[in-house]
Write a protein that binds this ligand. Structure first.
Ligand SMILES: Cc1cc2nc3c(=O)[nH]c(=O)nc-3n(C[C@H](O)[C@H](O)[C@H](O)COP(=O)(O)OP(=O)(O)OC[C@H]3O[C@@H](n4cnc5c(N)ncnc54)[C@H](O)[C@@H]3O)c2cc1C
Length: 678
């Protein structure tokens, strides 16, 4: 580490060939693979030329999030059921807006990624003959899903990190990304440095700022979870979308996110066995009184209601195509109605079976429709109460709540429809290269998922993208030398000045916390699972106004301690503009309800007579999917001169490659590194 002088401040200056931003499962695998590739290439100390920089090693979705048995989706490993990468790619691309080459690669490389995890110590279960046992998610015939328990992704990150540490990996923690510094324009544009702030050092004369210079960047900072108020992303998971957009990276599919039922006091998905044990789901008023069996308004009888609670287990994400005709996402809409529209609270009660209404038969396991009954019989989960069925099927699912001071044996669990995963992100090619040379995007930041994705495929995509980026950098880019403090002095000074301006606010500006709360409220109201044109347009214009206000007047900051929050607010503000602009752009293109969101429209189909839109007091009507748009990926690029700050463009999904090549020419291509050329 050296230093760089900026005015009368001295900032630590770190330099590396490659900087990986983030320390989740994707980042850690990329670091490990890059070190391994370089060691295999004969380099003695590759660890001296690689740094992992993160806002928090223990933060992020991989380390802090999960579900009843967090799913890892890979090609099938059953000894009896054959699977191919091409079939895998067809599943990933089935609902559109997904590049076929990325999907095929996610299939081809999935087992390499999976067995790497097994080798570093992630405890995926196998049977006595060595087969890694899978299960079906949503009727997938290949049993591609597996799990190492509720904390699969935590184990992944920790095991990968431990292995990388053995190879000497340097991790620099508590560095929140403030800005990327770029040089050049057009195809010559590159990120040359990154300005970060250490939250714990803001009282120092340099306000905790540091500079990182590198030739190659791997961005692996996860999804923009805290952009929503109602979210199951872990606390503090902001991501770096704002900084990356500002640097000029092209984003894609920003409209596509996944929402679903999750507990809110301790943020955790209530998928899988939590639902398959069929707990009672009820609501109360805000103070916890006036209990109601609200789901009975939406279903005709007990077996149908119970089946749909059960189905939420493996039909977890809210799905616009599973609402009408009493399907499982009607449960999410009913919860939405109860919480958002009626201002009540919704709870899962594992101590009681579902309760019906007058005239309904009582809950009876034997009277469940076959799909649920057969599953419960097969798993031996026929105990009288949901908590006993859960204890029988999945004790760790109870323990994870106990670890977080929620005793499912004693208390109900508050839930809501929460933002959970971003299927969109930044555009990448088949080596996970972004639209800016030498910058790669992996993990949840990469927009490789289309409209819908199978449960568990996010973790696989993160491992595969990490491997691909590492292989490319090791073979093609590891010789390049980063910029020095002398090269960067002026541009760093300019960035520091911009940050200082952000905080030099007059007393009429809002505080950073107020700005973040405003963004989160707006995104949950207008940019989440329920969207409509006038709402999205109004939200976009408010978001733009907020962006211009922050950029002209700054934010009211009373102490340097607030600098990191001010930076986050400015970044999240730009991200929300990008997301809302993309939503409006899709509506302009005639988009209907798809994936995990509904587009409300008067001429659309009625969802359910009891689901009342508070704006006009009539039943919600929603527009069906515009299937033609499965062939259009909407790309979003920052342009401060554009009317809405972003330019939109349409790209057709690249097809699933069908390349056939004999061994000898393939071998030559590989030896000559032709595989890395476009
Ligand atoms: C409740 C829940 C359940 C899930 N269940 C599943 C599942 O069963 N299967 C599945 O495949 N996927 C699941 N996912 C999604 C999956 O967990 C994530 O997509 C994945 O873990 C993301 O990994 P990542 O490495 O890309 O990013 P993360 O693990 O989110 O890591 C992000 C890293 O970037 C750092 N960072 C963030 N912001 C900044 C900043 N501003 N400055 C500097 N550093 C920053 C963080 O500190 C962290 O180190 C789930 C997600 C949630 C929330």
């Amino acid at each position: 580490m050296s230093t760089i002088a900026v005015g009368n401040m001295t900032l630590p200056f770190y330099s590396a060939n490659t900087v990986i931003v983030g320390a989740g499962a994707a980042a850690m695998n990329c670091a490990l693979q890059l070190l391994k590739f370089r060691l295999q290439a004969g380099e003695k100390r590759p660890q001296d030329r690689l740094i992992v920089v993160t806002g928090g090693v223990k933060l992020g979705a991989s380390r802090m999030s999960g579900s009843d048995k967090q799913t890892y989706y890979k090609m099938g490993t059953s000894p009896r059921i054959s699977d191919t990468a091409e079939d895998f790619a067809k599943t990933l691309t089935a609902f559109g807006c997904c590049h076929g080459d990325n999907a095929l690669i996610e299939g081809i490389c999935s087992l390499r990624g999976f067995y790497n995890l097994v080798d570093v110590g992630v405890p995926f279960p196998h049977e006595p003959y060595g087969a890694f046992i899978g299960y079906k998610t949503d009727h997938d015939p290949y049993e591609r899903a597996t799990s190492a328990g509720p904390k699969t992704s935590k184990f992944m990150s920790e095991c990968l990190q431990a292995q990388a540490k053995r190879l000497g990996l340097r991790v620099i923690d508590r560095q929140m990304v403030a800005k990327f510094i770029t040089s050049g324009e057009g195809s010559g544009k590159r990120i040359v440095a990154m300005l970060c702030v250490d939250r714990s050092q803001t009282q120092k004369p340099n306000m905790g700022m540091s500079v990182f210079a590198a030739r190659n960047w791997v961005l692996a900072a996860g999804g923009p979870g805290e952009i929503y108020r109602t979210t199951v992303y872990p606390r503090g998971q902001y991501g770096i979308h704002g900084a990356a957009l500002e640097a000029g990276l092209e984003a894609c599919n920003l409209t596509e996110s996944q929402y679903g039922l999750a507990s809110t006091k301790f943020r955790w998905n209530v998928s899988g066995t939590y639902m398959q044990v069929i707990p009672r789901i009820f609501s109360t008023n805000a103070r916890g009184g006036d209990e109601r069996e609200f789901l009975t308004e939406y279903f005709d009888d007990m077996p149908t209601m119970a089946l749909n609670i059960f189905l939420k287990g493996y039909q977890w994400p809210f799905d616009a195509q599973r609402i009408t005709n009493a399907q499982s996402s009607l449960v999410d809409m009913a919860v939405h109605q109860e919480t958002v529209v009626r201002g009540r609270k919704v709870w899962m009660d594992f101590l009681r079976n579902p309760v019906g209404k007058v005239g309904w038969e009582e809950f009876n396991l034997q009277r469940l429709p076959n799909e649920a009954l057969e599953y419960l019989q097969k798993t031996g989960a026929m105990q009288p109460l949901p908590i006993d069925r859960l204890a029988h099927m999945n004790k760790p699912a109870i323990e994870i709540y106990a670890e977080n001071r929620i005793d499912l044996y004693k208390e109900p669990l508050e839930i809501a429809v929460c933002a959970q995963h971003h299927n969109g992100g930044f555009s990448v090619d088949k080596w996970w290269r972004s639209s800016i040379s030498n910058t790669f995007v992996i993990g949840e930041m990469a927009g490789t998922h289309g409209v819908k994705r199978p449960g568990g495929s996010a973790l696989n995509a993160g491992q595969v993208g990490a491997l691909r980026a590492a292989e490319y950098i090791s073979n093609m880019l590891f010789d390049e030398i980063p910029a020095s403090p002398a090269d960067l002095g002026d541009s760093v000074a300019k960035s520091v000045e911009q940050l200082q301006k952000l905080c030099a606010a007059n007393s009429t500006a809002g505080t950073p916390k107020q700005a973040l709360a405003e963004i989160a409220d707006r995104m949950t109201r207008f940019g989440a699972h329920i969207r409509w044109r006038s709402g999205a347009e109004e939200a976009l214009s408010q978001a733009k106004r907020q962006y211009f206000d922050i950029n002209s007047a700054g934010l009211r900051v009373s102490s340097p301690r607030e600098l990191p929050t001010a930076i986050l607010a400015a970044q999240q503000c730009l991200t929300q503009v990008a997301m809302l602009k993309s939503i409006v752009g899709m509506l302009d293109r005639g988009a209907g309800s798809r994936g995990s969101h509904c587009i409300l429209e008067e001429s659309g189909a009625e969802m359910h007579p009891a689901l009342i839109d508070p704006t006009d007091k009539k039943p919600y009507r929603f527009k069906p999917e515009n299937v033609d748009l499965r062939n259009t990926i909407l790309c979003t690029r920052f342009n401060p001169a554009a009317a809405d700050l972003f330019e939109l463009s349409d790209v057709s999904p690249r097809p699933i490659p069908n390349r056939q090549i004999a061994f000898e020419p393939a071998w030559t291509e590989f030896r000559e590194k032709a595989i890395f050329r476009d």
